[in-house]
Design a protein around this ligand. Structure first.
Ligand code: GLU
Length: 340
């Protein structure tokens, strides 16, 4: 069945990258997504995001799954590993190439920095350079290194196919002009953060779909996987919120449903920085699951519990449901017709 034709029933997911064990911050996202799924009476899936293989630590995937299990967070279906899904990402890229959204790029980082400098621009966004679009008009005899998504053409407005109650793109790219929102401009509503918007073309530029080392980029993999798995609700850490516009844009151009999003508060270290494996966050100690869960629950504004992990989870499901209850934020796909 085409990805765009799956029936939405609540499906949530936790999608850890196996670059190390779970830490206190990642448990917050795992717990929140589990609570949201349970409160909605839906399914909760775990996807191991090992697409960036050089950053993965052997055995971390199994260890993460055992840490989740120790905390009573067991997925409702066997986990999926992104490293086994390359063929599906290839298909999505082929579709984007076919429809004129993806193009090959030959530029090295140094060349991108030089091109930006020549235009008098020194923009660095989280250390990332906003790609100046050099290869949009072809490779000029050079060899492709990566594939990028065009963000300089109007985003298609999607409509719900009334008969089938399914999303569809109005027309192929060339016909979008009269039915389009501003170029690369994405608006979305976060269930916790509220109305959000980003001009992807200005803030990020044509972003990478397939990297120079041949690996698929997180943005493409996550969008394809969320659609394949029928994910209706993405609940994850706030550090990922600014990836959402790129993902919504990809959903638009691939004619895939847009899930609801809820970005959870981050756990900060003593230095005020977000706790992450990169800044040496300790592996989560699950020998005392209720202590680990209580710490995560506190970040989510849920009161500490004294009993077992499963008793605590049952209490929090009710409290979570009362605050973030199923359906708040509208049905998945509510964004389809939103034109600024
Ligand atoms: N794999 C990502 C991470 O561990 C999370 C991706 C997502 O939830 O969309 O940061």
């Amino acid at each position: 069945m085409p990805l765009s034709q799956r029936t939405p029933t609540y499906t949530g997911r936790f999608a850890p990258s196996p670059t190390g064990p779970l830490h206190a911050g990642s448990l917050v996202a795992a717990l929140a997504s589990w609570l949201d799924a349970r409160a909605a009476g839906g399914r909760w899936l775990v996807r191991i995001e090992d697409v960036d293989t050089p950053r993965c630590v052997p055995g971390a995937d199994r260890f993460i799954l055992s840490q989740l299990a120790a905390c009573g967070l067991a997925p409702d279906a066997p986990p999926v590993w992104q490293s086994q899904r390359t063929a599906t990402y290839e298909q999505a890229l082929a579709q984007l190439i076919d429809d004129g959204w993806a193009y090959p790029c030959r530029c090295t980082r140094k060349e991108i920095a030089l091109a930006l400098g020549a235009r008098g621009e020194t923009p660095a966004r989280h250390g990332e350079l906003v790609y100046p679009g050099t290869c949009r008009d072809g490779l000029h005899g050079r060899t492709a290194r990566a594939w990028r998504l065009r963000t300089d053409i109007p985003v298609p407005v999607r409509v719900l196919d009334v008969e089938q109650n399914r999303p569809s793109v109005l027309a192929k790219r060339t016909k979008f002009a009269t039915n389009s929102v501003a170029t690369g401009f994405i608006r979305w509503t976060d269930r916790r953060l509220g109305e959000q918007q980003q001009n992807v073309a200005q803030a990020v530029g044509d972003f990478v779909l397939k990297r120079a080392d041949g690996l698929f980029a997180y943005q493409l993999a996550v969008v394809v996987d969320d659609a394949t798995q029928g994910v209706t609700d993405v609940v994850r850490g706030e550090d990922l919120a600014d990836n959402t516009p790129r993902q919504v844009l990809l959903q638009h151009v691939l004619a895939l449903p847009t899930p609801r999003y809820l970005h959870t508060p981050l756990v900060r270290g003593a230095d005020g920085e977000k706790l992450s494996k990169q800044n040496g966050a300790q592996a989560l100690d699950t020998t005392d699951p209720i202590a680990a869960l209580n710490a995560a629950a506190a970040v989510l504004g849920l009161p500490p519990q004294l009993g077992t992990a499963s008793d605590a989870l049952a209490v929090w499901v009710l409290q979570w449901g009362a605050r973030w209850g199923a359906g708040r934020g509208g049905p998945p796909g509510a964004l389809y017709n939103r034109v600024p």
